[in-house]
Write a protein that binds this ligand. Structure first.
Ligand code: GTP
Ligand code: MG
Length: 230
């Protein structure tokens, strides 16, 4: 299989259907093979029933579980269980349009280890959230630059990778929360991989699972730990 799209999801029965519908619609129109896998963490709503509604022979859609909690753990589970040539993840909220893949796949085929959507480079458009999120995001980016000085936005929920390379690296990662992207990208770069950022037209979507207080503090601590461990 050419491309597997992982969607980490917890209690996403409302945001997931339009996201999978758009992904399947886009992927079915491509000349290469693909599949969608939702990685659920004990959702208490009907999240696990959503994927089968979209399953089809051209673009299979299925759901798997994850014993460890957190977005990072879920994305890693999707990565290590895939056998695709290219593997990536998108958030359940469709904040980044799936058509961004038009720019991503050619770069992966050119040999980039990771191609990631970025809200902070020239050409991107970002309809940004509250002042608290903007301020937290700014601080997080400063800390992330200690590990990844050349990457403007490590946190956009739309990243695609060389499959075998990311599988090797993901198996060594440990951060389970929202800062996992920094660890994964830093280890890819340490392994000799190159990262390309593509500008994105990003829109804030209501229903975020990210809590500035709970996840923000943990993410700052994780990103600091990642940079100190280098
Ligand atoms: N499986 C799993 N998925 C998670 C977990 N925490 C978050 N997610 C998913 O990870 C994605 C994160 O997206 P959002 O909730 O939009 O959070 P965000 O994009 O970091 O923050 P915003 O900028 O507010 O949108 C969503 O698809 C969530 O359902 C978790 O513990 N387990
Ligand atoms: Mg989001």
């Amino acid at each position: 299989m050419e491309l597997e799209v992982v969607i980490p999801a917890v209690n996403e029965e409302r945001r997931l259907p339009p996201t999978i519908a758009a992904a399947v619609d886009y992927l079915a129109g491509q000349p290469w093979s693909s599949a969608v896998v939702v990685v659920d963490n004990d959702s208490v709503d009907c999240t696990i029933d959503v994927p089968e509604r979209f399953d089809n022979p051209v673009t299979p859609v299925h759901v798997i579980g994850c014993s460890e909690h957190g977005k990072g753990a879920a994305v890693r589970r999707g990565i290590v269980t895939s056998a695709a040539r290219f593997i990536g993840f998108v958030d359940a909220d469709s904040a980044t349009p799936i058509e961004t893949l038009d720019k991503v796949l050619p770069l992966l085929r050119d040999g980039y280890a990771a191609v990631i959507a970025s809200r902070h480079i020239s050409g991107s458009r970002c309809e940004q959230e509250t002042a608290l999120r903007r301020c937290g995001g700014w601080m997080f980016r400063r800390l992330a630059r200690l590990s990844l000085p050349d990457i403007a936005d490590t946190q956009c929920g739309f990243k695609f990778f060389d499959g075998p390379l990311v599988q090797n690296v993901a198996a060594t990662c440990q951060v389970n929360g929202f800062a996992f992207d920094v660890e994964l990208l830093a280890r890819l770069v340490q392994a000799g991989g190159t990262v390309a950022e593509v500008p994105v037209s990003w829109s804030d979507v209501p229903g975020s699972t990210f809590s500035a207080r709970r996840d923000g503090i943990r993410s700052m601590a994780d990103v600091l730990r990642i940079s100190l461990a280098r």
